[in-house]
Design a protein around this ligand. Structure first.
Ligand code: HEM
Length: 496
C-alpha cells in the first residue's frame, strides 16, 4: 500500500474526501458516510481548555550546559560536573490574555523551563520579573480575575486592576516593574528570567541553602515603549512568536546565562525581610550572583499543539538536591499546576512526549484516559510486591529542616505506629467467641488456598508470621489447615 493514500484513523484507505455520500445525486446525506462523521467529530474536539493563565505562548527545545561548579550547594546530578548538559524545553508566555491575544500587551512574561535530567524532569516555572504581585496563594484567583475581563462588559478593566492593587500594597514592587518598559519586552529573546521564589539546594552532606534563580539574556535587554507596543498589537499580534521562531529557524540561537543567589539558613534567620516572601528581592551586593550555566534554544518543535500547547510545567517537578521552600505562594503552586494539568490534559499528561521523562519512570499509577502500555507493560500495579524488585532509595530522602524551632518535612512514624498486632490479637482472643474464631480461621484458609505462582510459599509464610504475632493459636490453626511446616523463624517472629 502506498503511504501517500489517505486512510481512516484505523489505517484503511478510503476513496472520497470531498463529497459526502447521498441518496441519489442531490439527496440527503447518509449516516453511513463514516469519513464525514470521523472528520466532523474530530474537528469539534480539536480544542482543549486553554491555560487559565499564560494561555498565549510559544516554545522551543534547546540545551542547558553547566559552566561552573556549584556541587558545594547541591547534589543534583546535573550539577555534579562542569560540562554536564541536558535537553530542555522552554515556553514563554503572556499572563492575562487569551490564547489569541496580542504578544505586546503590558503584562509579566512567563519563562518556564523543563530540564530533562537523568534524575528526572526539573521544571523552573518562572517569570521575567524577580518578584510577584501577592505573597499568598489564597489571593491568586482574585488577583487574576482583575487581570482578565470584567464580568459584565467583557472588557479589560483598569478599575478592577487598580482597585485590587490599591487594596494590596504588597503588589507595589511588581506593579512598578510592570509599569516600566519591562512590562512590554521586545519579544522573548531580549528579557531576563527569574525563578522568583526562594528555592532550596541540598548538597551531598545534606546541608541546605536557600537559593534564587536568575536567567540573564545574552541578547541584551530590549523593550517596546508604551506607544510602540500599542502599535505592534495591531500590526502583528504574534510579534514575539514570530521573532523567536524566525531567529531559531535562521540559526540565530538565543542564549541566556543562568545564575543563583545563595542564602544560608543563618543568614535567613537574620534577614530583615521574610526570605520566603516573593514580593521581595535579595540585593546583589549582599547575595552576589553565582554563575551556573548557559541555556541555548535551538529547535522549534515540529508541531505546536503537541509540544507547546500540551506542555505541562509544574513547580512540583523538582529533582534530588533542588527543593522548595516555605514560600506560601510556591506551596500553593505545588498543588495548582498538577491540578491544572489533570483538568486541561488529563491524568496521563506525563506520558506525552514533551512532558515524559526521557530516562523513564517507575511507579504504580495506572490506567486512566489515554494510558499507553509502553510505560508499564504487564508489571505489577502495586507496591510493595514480591515480584518486580523495585525499591525506594534512601539517598533520595528530602531531609528535614528547622523553621522557627519546629522541624519541617518529617517522614518518620510515631513510636507505636509499628504495633500492628496487639489489637488484632485481642479481637481474636477477647472479642470473638469460639464459633466466630473457627469461622474466621476457615474463611482465611479458604482464601489463602488461592495463592499460587513462584512466590506462593514466600507470601504464605510472611502472612503466617503476622497471624502468629497477633495470636499463636490462630497462627497454628491456619498453618495446620494449609499444611504448612511451621519453621522456627516463624515462631521466633511470634516472640514465643
Ligand atoms: C501557569 C497557577 C503564580 C509562572 C499557571 C497555570 C496555573 C497557575 C494554574 C496554568 C498551568 C497549566 O495549565 O499548565 C498559579 C498559582 C500561583 C501562580 C496558583 C500563585 C499561587 C505564579 C508565579 C509565577 C508563575 C509567582 C512566576 C514566578 C507561571 C508560568 C506559567 C504559569 C510561567 C505558564 C507555564 C507554561 O508555559 O505552561 N500558573 N501561578 N505563576 N504560571 Fe503560575
Amino acid at each position: 500500500m502506498s503511504n501517500k493514500k489517505l486512510t481512516r484513523t484505523s489505517g484503511a484507505p478510503y476513496f472520497d474526501h470531498e463529497n459526502s455520500q447521498t441518496v441519489d445525486r442531490r439527496g440527503p446525506v447518509l449516516l453511513q458516510d463514516f469519513i464525514l462523521q470521523e472528520n466532523l467529530a474530530h474537528f469539534v474536539r480539536e480544542r482543549i481548555p486553554e491555560r487559565i493563565v499564560h494561555a498565549k505562548g510559544t516554545g522551543a527545545y534547546g540545551k542547558f550546559t553547566v559552566t561552573h561548579d556549584i556541587s558545594v550547594y547541591t547534589k543534583a546530578k546535573i550539577f555534579s560536573k562542569v560540562g554536564n548538559n541536558c535537553k530542555i524545553f522552554t515556553r514563554f508566555s503572556t499572563v492575562g490574555g487569551e490564547k489569541g491575544s496580542a504578544d505586546t500587551e503590558r503584562d509579566p512574561r512567563g519563562f518556564a523551563i523543563k530540564f530533562y535530567t537523568e534524575d528526572g524532569n526539573w521544571d523552573l516555572v518562572g517569570n521575567n520579573t524577580p518578584v510577584f504581585f501577592i505573597k499568598d496563594a489564597k489571593k491568586f484567583p482574585d488577583f487574576i480575575h482583575t487581570q482578565k475581563k470584567h464580568p459584565k462588559t467583557n472588557l479589560k478593566s483598569a478599575t478592577m486592576m487598580w482597585d485590587f492593587w490599591s487594596l494590596n500594597p504588597e503588589s507595589l514592587h511588581q506593579v512598578l516593574i510592570l509599569m516600566s518598559n519591562r512590562g512590554t519586552p521586545f519579544g522573548y529573546r531580549h528579557m531576563h528570567g527569574f525563578g522568583s521564589h526562594t528555592f532550596s539546594m541540598i548538597n551531598s552532606q545534606n546541608e541546605r541553602v536557600w537559593v534564587k534563580f536568575h536567567i540573564k539574556t545574552k541578547q541584551g535587554i530590549k523593550n517596546f515603549t508604551h506607544d510602540d507596543a500599542v502599535k505592534m498589537r495591531g500590526e502583528n499580534p504574534d510579534f514575539a512568536q514570530e521573532d523567536l521562531v524566525n531567529a531559531i529557524e535562521m540559526g540565530d540561537f538565543p542564549k541566556w546565562t543562568v545564575y543563583i543567589q545563595v542564602m544560608t539558613e543563618d543568614q535567613a534567620r537574620e534577614f530583615r525581610w521574610n526570605p520566603f516572601d516573593v514580593t521581595k528581592v535579595w540585593f546583589h551586593d549582599e547575595f552576589p550572583l553565582i554563575e551556573v550555566g548557559e541555556i541555548e534554544l535551538n529547535e522549534v518543535p515540529v508541531n505546536y499543539f503537541a509540544h507547546v500547547e500540551q506542555a505541562a510545567f509544574s513547580p512540583a517537578n523538582l529533582v534530588n538536591g533542588i527543593s522548595f521552600s516555605p514560600d506560601k505562594m510556591l506551596q500553593g503552586r505545588l498543588f495548582s499546576y498538577p491540578d491544572a494539568h489533570r483538568y486541561r490534559l488529563g491524568v496521563n499528561a506525563h506520558l506525552l512526549e514533551v512532558n515524559r521523562c526521557p530516562f523513564g519512570f517507575k511507579n504504580y499509577q495506572r490506567d486512566g484516559l489515554m494510558a499507553d502500555s509502553s510505560s508499564y507493560g504487564d508489571s505489577p500495579n502495586y507496591f510493595p510486591n514480591s515480584f518486580d524488585g523495585n525499591t525506594v532509595d534512601e539517598s533520595y530522602r528530602d531531609f528535614e529542616y528547622e523553621l522557627d524551632g519546629t522541624s519541617v518535612g518529617n517522614f518518620n512514624r510515631n513510636e507505636n505506629d509499628d504495633d500492628h498486632y496487639t489489637q488484632p490479637g485481642l479481637l481474636y482472643s477477647k472479642a470473638m467467641d469460639q464459633q466466630e474464631r473457627d469461622h474466621l480461621v476457615y474463611n482465611i484458609v479458604q482464601s489463602m488456598k488461592g495463592i499460587s505462582g513462584p512466590k506462593k510459599d514466600e507470601i504464605i509464610n510472611r502472612q503466617l508470621c503476622h497471624f502468629f504475632r497477633a495470636n499463636i493459636e490462630m497462627g497454628m490453626k491456619i498453618a495446620m489447615a494449609l499444611q504448612v511446616n511451621i519453621d522456627v523463624n516463624m515462631m521466633n517472629h511470634a516472640k514465643i
